[in-house]
Design a protein around this ligand. Structure first.
Ligand code: SF4
Length: 107
């Protein structure tokens, strides 16, 4: 039997990627080396305007959140995705029951 190589969906083309509104506009979605805050704000404003008119924005946003992408995806930048992750983690901790097995006791 031949060996089979399974590739994570992370590295495969997603269906929604054929409908993106940002083709050929990479410069608005990824920062150049050493980008300053003002330039970043302007670049991301352009990217966001493109994203808001994109038919696959939610798919794109969720994909970037799940795969910890870098750059501007689905109307969100890195900081916004990190903030969402932090809030989601905090909410999960608040709503998850604590089991005694999970608590490490020091002697
Ligand atoms: S939401 Fe934005 S980054 Fe995502 S595919 Fe659409 S235009 Fe591109």
């Amino acid at each position: 039997m031949a060996d089979v190589l399974y590739i994570s969906h992370r590295w495969t083309q997603q269906d929604w990627m054929s409908q993106v509104a940002c083709t050929g506009q990479t410069q608005h979605f990824f920062p150049p080396h050493g980008e300053q805050a003002d330039a970043r704000e302007k670049r991301e404003a352009v990217a966001n305007a493109i994203c808001q008119a994109c038919e696959v924005r939610i798919d794109c946003r969720d994909y970037a959140r799940e795969n910890r992408e870098q750059g501007f995806w689905g109307g969100e930048n890195d900081d916004q995705r990190m903030d969402i992750r932090r809030k989601t983690r905090a909410r999960t901790m608040l709503t998850s029951p604590v089991r005694m097995d999970d608590i490490a006791l020091e002697a």
